[in-house]
Design a protein around this ligand. Structure first.
Ligand code: K7E
Ligand code: CUA
Length: 623
């Protein structure tokens, strides 16, 4: 080949290569531009300018951390961790006397389902209820202070996983159990499972004035496992519905043995009727609880078959239907309350199980929704336009479909494996259809790596249009199972605890501070204020206390700084103790001074420029 030809070919090659590079460059540039454009719109949707606040609170359960996580929506910024079932050194929750007693000696909990108190089927923003699958407790968080104010241990339960959910006016906070156990802490071998083990539903009430739980009654059901349940609304307001699995009574290798039957059941309970039974004295007392047995109490408990091993059942905002999500059967089943009521009225049952009349599937089922390729439906949420949203654990997506027609409207991927999702005002009679947050079990490579175990992830999805739009993802500590999202206008917090001169153990004037000895009990009535502790104003050193080894010591501390956000901490060096008093609060720390020596006391919560000077001494005289 002559050099001229070579040059010509090289020139042509160069031009072609240049064009290719240009095309690729511009194509990429365009793609980048488009992404930048859509990223910009997404960013604008979640950006909350300084000085403004998020529109919603998201109250997410903290799973086996036993805590409540509070997030702002749409920014997805974490605002606070509220300790509920687990002691928290940072706030001294579980260290001061009141919260220590409330925790009942337990050091962990497994919180799955938050439920905000309701009035007329709307979140009223006063309290939030929490279930502890780990240690059979129910708790209430006061949403004016974001502090846990009451907790009750539930007898006869084996992990109240299938709650909490509240009835329309918070008449009841319901908690069905996950695992069957013999009643009253009795012993029975697993061979006696079918006869001796029971599935129990706890119906608790909450007195908002006294901020106290009460166990109204328990429903004793067959040893099926109950899964996430819901309360009826409006026309179905007197009812609760619960899914079951392991109706096979498997006692080992549940993975296989509890998935044998093609159908399990949805259990329908008329709580109003049972309330009347209990009021009429028709109950048995077991281990301190009033119990109702469907074999003795007719006309209030029914079952309807459902596709195998359902995980969740949710009542539509208008209260006309309940939707079961299949878990093992890849579909959502829509059931009609009216059809169920009609069948009950006519007395049309296919069989009876443990005294529970079973309705025919065809009689109650309205529609099966089976989007192709959508696998592992778990839970259902709603918008304001008649649509349902289902999380698909296995195919990692959210499916939006129309409740009336069953038509699938949209599908959007999640990153990855969502359990629940939470829609804004989603469990009320009027969801507002703005946002949905997918609560994913697996984050994989979404965030900076922190080693083999990753955080969970939450996807924020805009559901205000026909098409869902995935806007952003945020990491979250393990593990929010469920969350509720409430509009900020419904939450009214206080800024300081009101000054109450009659409050037990409180001291408001410096001259009233004192140390009282009663046998080997020493009570210190003290004040915490910027920037000192006063245990006894009359003493030469008001910020030092001397006790004897073996004394039982009570520090009753009142924070008299009635100013927003001036919280004082109270740590005792080497005594493994710390607690806090929020503005206007009185708290007590009780312990035995069993270690002789000199122990510095200091404020652990940065409160002023002289925070470092806010300290004192505990002197423990050797025996
Ligand atoms: Cu589905 Cu405990 Cu509500 Cu987790 S549960 S996902
Ligand atoms: Cu009080 Cu720091």
């Amino acid at each position: 080949m002559n050099t001229n030809l070579k040059r010509v070919l090289a020139a042509i090659f160069g031009i072609v290569l240049g064009l290719l590079v240009a095309i690729v460059f511009f194509a990429d540039f365009n793609k980048g531009n488009q992404n930048a454009e859509s990223n910009k719109t997404k960013a604008e949707k979640v950006y909350v300018p300084y000085g403004e606040k998020d529109e919603y609170y998201m109250m997410a359960s903290g799973g086996h951390s036993g805590q409540l996580f509070v997030y702002g929506i749409p920014s997805m910024r974490k605002i606070r961790t509220v300790p509920v079932f687990t002691p928290d050194p940072a706030t001294g929750y579980g260290f001061d006397s009141a919260t220590k007693e409330m925790l009942g000696g337990f050091t962990w909990g497994d919180f799955h389902h938050p439920s905000i108190s309701e009035t007329d089927g709307e979140y009223d923003g006063e309290f939030l209820f929490a279930n502890d699958v780990g240690n059979n407790r129910v708790a209430a968080v006061d949403l004016s202070t974001f502090q846990t104010v009451d907790m009750m241990f539930l007898p006869n339960m084996g992990g109240p996983h299938a709650g909490v959910f509240v009835t329309e006016n918070t008449e009841y906070i319901a908690l069905p159990t996950r695992f069957a156990r013999p009643l009253g802490d009795a012993y029975a071998t697993l061979d006696e499972y079918e006869e001796e083990y029971k599935g129990v539903v706890s119906m608790t009430t909450f007195d908002r004035e006294a901020k106290k739980f009460d166990l109204a009654y328990q429903i004793v059901l067959p040893p099926w496992s109950y899964d996430l349940s819901d309360a009826g609304k409006k026309m179905s307001g007197d009812w609760i519905v619960m899914t079951t699995y392991n109706t096979e009574f498997a006692t080992t290798n549940l993975e296989i043995n509890a998935s044998q039957n093609d159908r399990d059941y949805i259990v329908l309970v008329n709580w109003k009727k049972l309330e009347e039974e209990v009021a009429a004295g028709n109950y048995d007392e077991v281990n301190g609880a009033k119990t109702i047995d469907p074999r003795k109490h007719k006309g209030a408990i029914y079952a309807v078959p459902v596709a195998k091993s359902p995980h969740g059942v949710d009542v539509t905002p208008d209260g006309t239907r309940f939707i079961a999500a299949g878990k093992l059967a890849p579909m959502m089943t829509v059931f009609s309350f009216q059809q169920a009521f009609d069948a009950i009225e006519k007395g049309e049952f296919v069989e009876e199980k443990y005294g529970i009349p079973v309705l025919a599937y065809e009689d109650v089922m309205e529609r099966e929704v089976d989007p192709p390729g959508a696998l592992g439906p778990l839970h259902t949420q709603f918008d304001d336009r008649g649509n349902a949203f289902n999380t698909m654990f296995i195919s990692s997506e959210i499916v939006k479909w129309n409740i009336e027609t069953g038509e699938v409207i949209d599908r959007t991927p999640t990153y990855f494996s969502p359990g629940h999702s939470a829609a804004t005002e989603g469990d009320t009679v009027s969801p507002d259809g703005k946002w949905i947050v997918a609560l994913n079990k697996i984050a994989k490579d979404n965030f900076l790596s922190v080693g083999p175990s990753h955080p969970e992830s939450m996807d924020l999805i805009d559901i205000s249009g026909d098409k869902m739009e995935h806007v952003m993802a945020a990491p979250v500590d393990p593990e929010p199972h469920y969350a509720q999202i409430i509009h900020r206008d419904k939450i009214e917090t206080i800024t300081v605890y009101p000054k109450d001169e009659d409050r037990k153990n409180s001291v408001w004037k410096q001259e009233d501070t004192r140390v009282e000895r009663n046998g080997n009990e020493v009570h210190i009535y003290g004040i915490a204020m910027r920037s000192k502790f006063i245990f006894d104003a009359k003493s030469e050193r008001p910020d030092a206390v001397t006790v004897k080894q073996g004394d039982r010591v009570f520090f009753h501390m009142t924070n008299i700084d009635l100013d927003q956000d001036i919280t004082h901490g109270f740590g005792i060096n080497e005594y493994d103790l710390n607690f806090e008093v929020q503005p206007g609060q009185t708290n007590t720390l009780e312990f035995v001074a069993d270690k002789p020596g000199v122990y510095p006391i200091y404020c652990t919560n940065f409160c002023s420029a002289l925070h470092q000077e806010m300290s004192g001494y505990l002197l423990v005289e050797p025996k």
